[in-house]
Structures are given as structure tokens and as C-alpha cells.
Design a protein around this ligand. Structure first.
Ligand code: GDP
Length: 329
């Protein structure tokens, strides 16, 4: 299947993604060997994270940008990380009517967030899916998320460049964008800079540009980043400038070495996450441990046992701790 995916076969790609999304043990084994068989790319794809609250125009923007990139001879994949689908099984980002034109193009591959998984599970699926779409030939991988919960951090941790999409604000308030998200953003794009909304979009952009200036530039980034620009998904104004900014940042980071450093750090982070998630899954799968856990949990709830002691007791029954070193020894 790896060869089929690498030859650009969309159906093989879709099947492979379904395989990596499965948590069945035999599927995991197949997924592992599939991922190991994927050919290495010569030129890495550009992974771009995109966030913005519903209504700012993410689908419209992705559609416009996607068609623009295809014009330039690039292939792209759009993946969604949607915490609401992780919770409820219903996906905001999975709506089939989104990106109607883009979804019909053979150069684009669009995949909604896997449903009925934990956020951590969605993280693993998405990381593995990135590898699959890159093997399929995507030059650009857009990973989209809605502006809620921890999904932004997760997406920023799996992409090279993180873009925050905003709509023109009414007053002079900074739209309640959380500081943490501002700090993650490499590029803020104020969408809907067209028609009557244009002056407002320009003001919003200037406000955010000012706010970004107060933040520390990331070492190794070219002059002027992070920055804010306006764009219109409707008219296409600012689209080329937005893409130029993404490319300038990518090139700058590749030249300064921070690109590789970021990917290496991300790989380490995911390695740790995967160990934690795997341990938890194994703990939960063992019926004896699960029963023991419940028993300890009720003791913790009643105050009979301190939580940390209870946790240690449970872990000792799972994997005995050979040498206990206390913090102050
Ligand atoms: P999403 O929820 O973030 O995916 O946003 P949508 O792409 O569905 O857009 C939300 C609304 O904003 C829709 O009514 C769009 O027609 C409108 N919209 C999106 N992009 C633009 C734009 O560039 N200019 C204007 N004026 N409206 C836009």
C-alpha cells in the first residue's frame, strides 16, 4: 500500500488514513509497517497550522489559498483537528459542503477530523496522516483547527508555521484572542478585507501588528516576524502576500537552522506524548488493573488515601519500581 500511496493514488491514501485512525491492535501493526515503508521525501513539505474561531472565514480562505497554490503547480492536503468531534462525534470541520471547488481538484486532498477519538488520539492520527499525505505528494499540508481548547497547541506542535486567521473587529478590543494563541502565531491574517469591511480590517490589522511588536521575536526568524496582514478570501486580495510571508518565514527558518531544530523538538515532544498515551492505554486495557484503580479511586474520593500514594500503589502493581529514589536523597 505504501507504494500505491507514494504513486499518488488517492484511494490508497484514503484507505491508509482509515487504517492509521483505527486503534485495533492488528490495525496498529499494519499501520506501523505501512508508515515504516513510506519512501522518504527529498524536499520536506511545508506544514502550516491554521486556527480561527468559526465564522472568520477559514473554509473560504483555505479554498482560495488552495486554488492559488494549485495554480502555482503545488499539491496540497487539508487536515482538520476538531476537538468538538473528539468529544461528540459530530464535526464542525467535516462539513462536506466546505471548500466545494477545492475538494473537486485532484491536486488537493481534504480530510475532516477523525471522530470519536480523544484529543490525544486525534493528535496521533493527524501526525501519521501528515506523513501519509506527504508521501502521496502534498507539497503543502494545512492543518486546520477551531479556536478552542488545547487543539491550537497541538497543531502548532505538528506544523512548521502557525497562522491565526481573524475577522475585522468592531471596536478597538483585541477580540479576546488569548495571549497564548497570539504568542504561537507566526502570522496573523485579518480576513474579509473587502468592501465595507476593508477599513475595519485595516484597523484590526494595525492593532494586532502593534500587539505583535510587543512580543519577542523568535530567534532565527527573518526581520519583521511575527506580523499581521490583511487578506480577502472573496477577492483574493492579499493572498499572494500572505503566501509570500509564509514562504519567506519558511526559507528564513531553513537558513537559520531553526526549522530543523523545531522539527526535532516536535519529534521529541510527540515521542513523550506517545509513551504517556501508550502507558495509559495499556493501564486501561488490563481488567485487573482497572478494577484495582477503581478501588483506589474510591479511597481517594473518601480521603482514605492521598492521591499520590494511590497512584504509586497502582503503578507498582503494574510495573514495580525497582529503585526508589526520593527527591531529597
Ligand atoms: P469558517 O467558519 O471559519 O470556516 O468560515 P466560513 O469560510 O464558513 O465563512 C464564514 C462567513 O464569512 C461566511 O458567511 C462567508 O461567506 C464569510 N466570508 C468568508 N471569507 C470572507 C471574505 O473574504 N470577505 C467577506 N466579506 N466575507 C467572507
Amino acid at each position: 500500500m505504501a507504494t500505491q500511496v507514494a504513486s499518488g493514488d488517492r484511494r490508497a491514501l484514503a484507505r491508509s488514513i482509515t487504517l492509521v485512525e483505527s486503534s485495533r491492535a492488528d490495525h496498529r501493526q499494519m499501520a506501523q509497517s505501512l508508515l515504516a515503508d513510506l519512501p522518504r521525501r527529498e524536499k520536506p513539505a511545508l506544514r502550516v497550522g491554521l486556527t480561527g474561531t468559526p465564522g472568520v472565514g477559514k473554509s473560504s480562505f483555505i479554498e482560495a489559498l488552495g486554488l492559488f497554490l494549485i495554480e502555482r503547480g503545488l499539491k496540497l492536503a487539508v487536515l482538520a483537528v476538531d476537538p468538538s468531534s473528539a468529544r461528540s462525534g459530530g464535526s464542525i470541520l467535516g462539513d462536506k459542503t466546505r471548500m466545494e471547488h477545492l475538494s473537486r481538484r485532484p491536486e488537493a486532498f481534504i480530510r475532516p477530523s477523525p471522530s470519536k477519538a480523544t484529543l490525544g488520539g486525534v493528535g496521533r492520527n493527524t501526525r501519521e496522516t501528515i506523513l501519509l499525505v506527504e508521501a502521496w505528494g502534498a507539497d503543502v499540508v494545512l492543518v486546520e483547527t477551531v479556536g478552542v481548547g488545547q487543539s491550537e497547541t497541538m497543531v502548532a506542535d505538528m506544523t512548521d508555521i502557525f497562522v491565526l486567521l481573524l475577522a475585522p473587529a468592531g471596536g478597538d478590543e483585541l477580540q479576546g484572542v488569548k495571549r497564548g494563541i497570539m504568542e504561537m502565531a507566526d502570522l496573523i491574517l485579518v480576513n474579509k478585507a473587502d468592501g465595507e469591511l476593508k477599513p475595519q480590517a485595516m484597523r484590526t490589522c494595525a492593532d494586532y501588528h502593534g500587539a505583535l511588536r510587543l512580543m519577542r521575536a523568535r530567534p532565527g526568524d527573518p526581520e519583521g516576524f511575527p506580523k499581521a496582514q490583511t487578506v480577502s478570501a472573496y477577492t483574493g486580495d492579499g493572498l499572494e502576500e500572505a503566501w509570500n510571508a509564509v514562504e519567506a518565514l519558511a526559507t528564513g527558518r531553513q537558513q537559520s537552522g531553526t526549522w530543523d531544530a523545531r522539527r526535532a523538538a516536535q519529534a521529541q515532544t510527540w515521542f513523550s506524548h506517545a509513551i504517556e498515551a501508550g502507558l495509559m492505554a495499556r493501564l486501561e486495557r488490563d481488567p485487573k488493573i482497572a478494577a484495582h484503580r477503581e478501588e483506589l479511586a474510591s479511597k481517594v474520593a473518601s480521603g482514605e488515601l492521598p492521591p499520590d500514594i494511590a497512584a504509586e500503589t497502582l503503578l507498582d502493581s503494574f510495573a514495580p519500581n525497582p529503585i526508589l529514589i526520593s527527591n531529597d536523597s
